[in-house]
Design a protein around this ligand. Structure first.
Ligand SMILES: [Zn+2]
Length: 187
């Protein structure tokens, strides 16, 4: 299976290769469930934490009670942060496109989360006694082009910033042993 991520367009394409199975079954979306299980398993082999589930079981007004989707297990899961589903479920099963050679599915963020990467120590003022002007671990997010953002903040400051925008703060220690890329969390 070859994967073409186009997350800037909200989509991903899975290309069937020699040796990859075909899937069948229209009743209860059997073929689409089998395909999504296959995709989920392959994605999880490279550091992701995806589950397959009926979308309506999560309360989504999507398709019918059988329509499956793939999503990241929780906001704190390592790896990619996505929901993946068919945008043409009402027309045909996703397995039909896959069996023909390639299927393009919708792919977008599952959780609002901010990933902060370790940068260096930062000094903070205001405490007294032995704890005066303590140095703490400093973190910041990556820019949209992957560049390091400055200034750097303490974990508490990052958590407050994320919470203010309704996001979950995640901390990646990659900078401690740099270069260790890709980072364990992806936004
Ligand atoms: Zn990182």
């Amino acid at each position: 299976m070859q994967i073409i991520w186009e997350l800037q367009y909200g989509r991903v394409t899975f290309i069937r290769e020699d040796g990859d199975p075909k899937f069948y079954g229209k009743r209860c979306a059997k073929g689409e469930h089998a395909l999504f299980h296959f995709i989920k398993t392959r994605l999880n082999e490279s550091g992701n934490d995806f589950i397959k589930k009926r979308a309506q079981r999560d309360g989504h007004l999507l398709g019918d009670e059988y329509q499956p989707y793939i999503r990241t297990r929780s906001a704190t899961s390592k790896g990619k942060n996505l929901v993946i589903f068919s945008g043409f479920y009402a027309l045909r099963g996703a397995e039909a496109d896959w069996n023909d050679g390639a299927v393009t599915l919708c792919a977008m963020s599952a959780y609002t989360r901010h990933v902060y990467h370790y940068r260096s120590e930062v000094e903070r003022l205001g405490l007294t006694g032995r704890q005066r002007n303590p140095w703490k671990r400093g973190y910041s997010r990556n820019g949209s082009g992957g560049e390091v953002q400055y200034p750097w903040s303490t974990k508490a400051e990052c958590r407050a910033e994320a919470k203010a925008t309704g996001a979950t703060a995640l901390f990646c220690e990659c900078g401690l042993t740099a270069p260790t890329y890709p980072c364990e969390y992806q936004e």
